[in-house]
Design a protein around this ligand. Sequence first.
Ligand code: 5GP
Length: 340
Amino acid sequence: EKFFKKLPKVELHAHINGSISEDTMATLVARKQAVDQDWRLMYRKGESDTLEGVFKMFKLIHQITDNTDAVYKVTYDVIHEFAADNVKYLELRTTPRAEPGTGMTKTAYVEAVIQAIQDCALEDIDIIVRLILAIDRRHSVSVAMETVNLAAEYRKKTEGLVVGVDFSGDPSVGDGSDFIPVFEEARRHGLKLALHLAEVPAPDETWKLLQLPPDRIGHGTCLQPEVGGTQQLVDFVTAKRIPLELCLTSNIVGRTVPDYDNHHFLFWYDRRHPCIVCTDDKGVFSTTLSNEYSVAADTFNLSRDQVWQLSLDSIDHLFSDDEVKRKLRHKERKLTRSTG
Ligand code: 5GP
């Protein structure tokens, strides 16, 4: 297991509020008296839940991260935890949130996250961090447009720390294609698109959103005909080589996939399609990126060389410029040589 931890890694699909470790949760809960003391039980993820249960968990977490101090601390801790797991490049994503109860505005939320990222960059930890702002599909198109504007504004102010826009939230709610103009606007601002697609069977919505096309797909669980997708979806994603962000444990716990053996990783990996191993919500699902690589290797019989290559190839799909990619590739190759 040492091998997976030592492996230099790239994490491209991590929701900030889902990545909170149990330690950070405990600290934040202790600061608040009013929180349901059963949170630890709920946080004992790992056990099977449903996607519905997972979204209940986010509701609880959001009660705890309802102020800028908490948002800063969570972001700061999450970055340090990924760095300790030997993640060399991290794209965090989060939904800007206003909390009238504490006076936190969306702007203040985004600034707290950015401040934490910038502070970490001053420290002696070996990790590059970028930010993606998330659009929650449960909210309106105008709220989504606000998020795009925030992303564009802070992309400028931070000289590129904000790299893109995500589309997430409960996939059983609403029609994602309503948001197409929002994503087109994001693109005009030079923002990349990482969209949760086909997490549950939704071939019409998926087809429409694919026409954008997105720069990366989150999950893509139900693209294949056998699981509620269509051959047309598979062919399109294949032809465009749109990378898939694959989160094994998340899909098993959220029960959108029955078990590891049946995870769609294999389908796409066998076709040499770009597959990126990610955690999704390392806190809620009690995992690490090392663990996700280890599970993928065990389940699908990947050799160490194949695991190295998988990690190296994910660099191709990150949302930063070529300079960052070159740097990371160089670092990884040097390590390959030194570790044999
Ligand atoms: P936050 O954006 O508050 O930092 O992270 C939590 C949010 O991420 C959730 O409220 C939800 O919108 C989104 N999220 C986290 N995990 C998943 C997932 O597996 N699927 C989808 N569709 N959204 C998720």
